[in-house]
Design a protein around this ligand. Structure first.
Ligand code: HEC
Length: 126
């Protein structure tokens, strides 16, 4: 457990350093309102490779550190705007770190995730 959070912090720190060195982000107006076609498999890889899973979990269902993203992420333009300039504890990912197309892939991956089981499927709660 110790080990995991240490690695997470190191990756988050590395991402922040990288992001800080990058030039200004793309103005949100250039981002389409609806998500361009995304590749679910690429998105899945990026979600892991770029560390989103560290805070949002492998399935994007949220975790100790990050909000739930899947299977209904916020609208694509807001999604990109947020990732480029987060307001809270999340590190920023500039266009240099992740392109809009890569974010569209991640978006497609998040939308493809299964929903949590229905409450009615849990015998104890029936
Ligand atoms: C170091 C932890 C961390 C990492 C890494 C991280 N996030 Fe986050 N994210 C957060 C937290 C915490 C929030 C909740 C608001 C805040 O504090 O910024 C959040 C919020 C969000 C939101 C807004 C959700 C909403 O409903 O408003 C989006 C979208 C998002 N993250 C996407 C991503 C993507 C995509 C990646 C990878 C490219 C990523 N995050 C990586 C911690 C992280």
């Amino acid at each position: 457990m110790m080990m995991r959070s240490t690695i997470g912090a190191a990756i988050a720190a590395a991402v922040m350093v990288h992001a800080a060195a990058a030039p200004q982000t793309t103005p949100p107006a250039q981002t389409p309102a609806t998500a361009p076609a995304g590749d679910v498999e690429k998105g899945k890889t990026l979600f892991t490779k770029n560390g989103c899973y560290q805070c949002h979990n492998y399935e994007g269902h949220g975790g100790a550190a990050g909000a739930r993203l899947a299977p209904n992420p916020i609208p694509f333009r807001a999604f990109v705007t947020y990732v480029r300039a987060p307001k809270g504890d999340m590190p920023p990912y500039t266009a240099k770190v992740m392109s809009d197309q890569e974010l569209a892939d991640v978006y497609a991956f998040l939308r493809s995730r299964p929903r949590p089981p229905a409450v009615s499927s849990l015998p104890l709660l029936r």
